[in-house]
Design a protein around this ligand. Structure first.
Ligand code: NZQ
Ligand code: ZN
Length: 386
């Protein structure tokens, strides 16, 4: 096992009716900017619950943060934070609203000239404006981590950012919010969380037995709960298990002391930036080709995964590894997610070249757990996903 230091300061408030306790978590004299997305919270009752809980506070609202939170939109919220002397941010939404809020928490205290430098130049945030979240969509784990991903339409770019100053102070996780989520977003949440675990697991063994089993148990839980929650989003127990699995998949715990990959995400972000494909679907597109292309260096872990998560007991190590890859794609397809790029865009043929050139131009010359995946490898992986 590798050395590690682990600190996650986010307080989780989990369960039914917990939005009622929101006021207890925010400083009494706070001036709040409440941030939300395209309006789902006004239809499903979450807006009413949150505004009622905040009735004793001074609150300004900022709605309209789109999926894949957009820099230009966020800059308008930044103007409000400065003009109104906001002291606390509250994100009410899924990964996009929470990530947008993290960008604002960072930008509000940023001392540089251009806030776009934070995502595009990878400026780490050690101190941000305090914020909390009310999660409406289980998927990204953003409610309990310090990362964010920010998009810029104008230049078709999408970059990850983060730092220890960007953990939410608290996150309210009420599984009852799941009942209003459309099937497409439920499927996305399941696929995204599943891939988060894979990115931190499907590498090489450092004999970290507990981390491996944490990861495998999250994968098994997602596989078990997927058909239940897709069938009936008002199944509270299924929703609770789905929600907590998504949070645990990316709150830092399972990645301590082990190598991690993240190449699927790095390539996937380009597919969203270029074609607007939903984040989770870009992962489903890249996973099979990435693991097939890198079979040699990942085969021990792939075979262990096939055995422990999919109960594959027959065959050689290679055969089990290949079966594990096949089972993964079948799982994505069982959620109703296409795993080939050509199903999403007609302009796919140049994609591999475009992405590998972008990585080369940015100097991203070594992706993956061994930092050995070159732009030309990326080109081949993307081509295999057509
Ligand atoms: O905008 P509204 O109207 O609220 O609708 C949203 C949005 O259209 C809707 N929705 C959310 N909760 C709902 C609901 N509809 C009905 N009922 C509810 N309770 O769902 C749509 C998608 O929301 P979004 O927040 O975009 O989804 P998700 O949580 O999947 O977030 C995706 C973003 O997070 C980033 C992705 O790259 C992408 O930009 N990620 C963030 C990570 C992190 N911070 O750790 C890690 C991930 O790997 C990921 O990259
Ligand atoms: Zn993801």
């Amino acid at each position: 096992m590798n050395n590690f230091q682990f600190k996650n300061p986010t307080k989780i408030i989990f369960g039914k009716n917990q939005i009622e306790n929101l006021a207890l978590e925010i400083p009494k004299n706070a001036k709040i900017l409440m941030l939300y997305g395209g309006g789902s919270i006004r239809k499903n009752g979450i807006y009413d619950k949150v505004t009622q809980a905040l009735s004793a506070f001074q609150v300004i609202e900022f709605g309209g943060i789109p999926a894949n939170p957009e820099y230009e939109v966020l800059m308008k919220a930044l103007d409000i934070i400065k003009a109104e002397d906001i002291t606390f941010l509250l994100a009410v939404g899924g990964g996009s609203v929470i990530d947008g809020t993290k960008f604002l928490a960072s930008a509000a205290l940023f001392e540089g000239e251009d806030p776009w430098d934070i995502p595009s130049k990878g400026k780490r945030t050690t101190k941000g404006m305090p914020f909390g979240t009310v999660l409406t969509l289980p998927a990204t784990g953003s409610e309990m981590n310090s990362g964010a991903v920010i998009s810029r339409k104008e230049t078709k770019e999408k970059y990850a950012m983060g730092g220890p100053g960007l953990f939410p102070q608290f996150s309210i996780l009420d599984p009852e919010v799941v009942k209003s989520i459309p099937q497409r977003q439920i499927a996305n949440g399941l696929a995204d969380a599943f891939t988060h675990v894979l990115e931190q697991y499907m590498t090489y063994s450092v004999d970290a037995k507990l981390q491996d089993r944490f990861a495998e148990s999250i994968l098994q839980t997602i596989v078990e709960v997927a058909p239940e929650i897709l069938k009936d989003t008002s199944n509270y127990n299924a929703a609770a298990n789905f929600m907590w699995s998504c949070t645990m998949a990316l709150n830092g715990l399972i990645q301590q002391g082990v190598p991690s990959d993240w190449a699927i995400h790095m390539i996937g972000h380009e597919l969203t930036a270029l074609y607007g494909i939903d984040h989770a679907r870009t992962l489903a597109i890249i996973t099979e080709s990435h693991y097939t292309y890198n079979l040699e260096s990942k085969k021990e872990k792939l075979a262990q995964y096939a055995e422990r998560v999919w109960n594959i007991s027959e065959g050689t190590l290679e055969e089990k590894a290949q079966k594990g890859i096949q089972k993964t794609s079948e799982f994505f397809q069982s959620l109703g997610i296409d795993t080939k790029l050509s199903k999403y865009t007609e302009n796919y043929k140049e994609t591999a070249k475009i992405i590998s050139k972008r990585f080369e131009d940015r100097g991203w010359i070594g992706l993956g757990e061994h930092k050995k995946i070159t732009p030309s490898d990326v080109e081949k992986i993307v081509e295999m996903s057509y």
